[in-house]
Design a binder for this molecule. Structure first.
Ligand code: NAD
Length: 291
């Protein structure tokens, strides 16, 4: 008996990273998988995004595990594209029990230098895309009087980041979407929860722009970024977490083991949010200062 036997899960941004780990974990636990992602670059996003080949690999992996899969290129900035994927999934599997709104991007730039369109691309994917994804499945789940909705926020959904405002604002917004959807959908027996990962070792982090922001130095290497992530956690010896750290949380939210849980901000951060507010980086010494 697996934890998702007979269920179908829809995962956005599932071509790689956490989305793929979630697809594989859910498939191993018995679920058929509907997955979507984009193919190639998005204007203003400075690191490579997923490709059709990545999406194909996720689909092949689910099939190797022995589950059915619908894998489609679709952009969460476009409601019609999401609806098309949901329709294709329903045609094949007949029902959707779990949705994971996982697709996300970030931009590493001081907010005072950001243009409207740079701001909008991050919030349109990370926040509006989450709303569109829930909107696409909610009526189906309401009709069936069941469902588990899982929204990917971040520790940046609870705390600020000086070099990353559009992402932080969007991830805070995801928690607002979760709380409101949980209230609206509870009467239909639909649960809505959020995942709040700390740093996870995927390409949203391991790229030149994000490595520099995380380490605070220009030209940071992968080793520099992994070393900086060690300062992040309470639990011993952790650096950037494996994507499976997040899928291990997602499976509980997806399964009936969490059947009485809605409205949760599930931190998967090795204790980061427990840390006291000491700023070890503030080592500036200003001899002339009068304060
Ligand atoms: N890696 C981290 O440290 C971390 C921490 C907290 C939260 N998150 C969040 O976790 C989620 C997964 O990120 P990841 O770490 O696997 O990084 P990732 O970059 O490997 O995965 C993000 C996926 O979203 C896809 N995507 C981007 N824009 C899209 C769009 N418009 N439509 C459809 N798909 C789109 C990308 O192509 C990619 O496959 C994101 O929401 C991210 O913000 C990541």
């Amino acid at each position: 008996m697996n934890r998702l036997d007979g269920k179908t899960a829809f995962i956005t941004g599932g071509a790689r990273g956490q989305g793929r780990a979630i697809a594989e974990k859910f498939a191993r636990e018995g679920a058929n998988i509907i997955v979507c992602d984009i193919d190639g670059p998005i204007e203003h996003i400075k690191y490579p995004l997923a490709t059709a080949a990545d999406l194909k690999e996720t689909a092949a992996s689910v099939e190797r595990i022995g589950r059915g899969v619908v894998a489609e290129i679709a952009d969460v900035r476009d409601q019609e594209q999401i609806d098309r994927v949901v329709g294709a999934g329903l045609d094949k599997f007949g029902h959707i029990d779990v949705v994971v709104a996982n697709a996300g991007v970030l931009d590493n730039k001081p907010f005072w230098e950001m243009t409207d369109s740079e701001w909008n691309v991050v919030t349109d994917i990370c926040l509006n895309g989450v709303w569109r994804t829930v909107k696409a499945v909610a009526p189906h789940m309401m009709e069936r009087m069941r469902g588990s909705v899982i929204l990917t926020s971040s520790t940046n959904g609870q705390e600020g980041d000086a070099g990353n405002m559009s992402y932080v604002a969007a991830k805070h917004g995801v928690i607002g979407v979760m709380k409101s959807a949980a209230l609206a959908l509870g009467q239909y027996n639909i649960r809505v929860n959020t995942l709040l990962p700390g740093p996870v070792d995927t390409l949203i982090n391991d790229n030149p722009g994000t490595r520099d922001r995380i380490t605070g130095k220009t030209g940071a290497t992968r080793e520099d970024y992994l070393a900086a992530c060690r300062n992040w956690h309470v639990l011993r010896g952790r650096s950037a977490l494996a994507p499976e750290a997040v899928s291990d949380g997602a499976i509980w939210l997806a399964s009936d083991e969490s059947r009485h849980v809605t409205g949760l901000e599930m931190l998967i951060d090795a204790g980061h949010r427990l840390l006291p507010g000491l700023n070890f980086n503030n080592d500036f010494v200003d001899e002339e200062a009068s304060f």
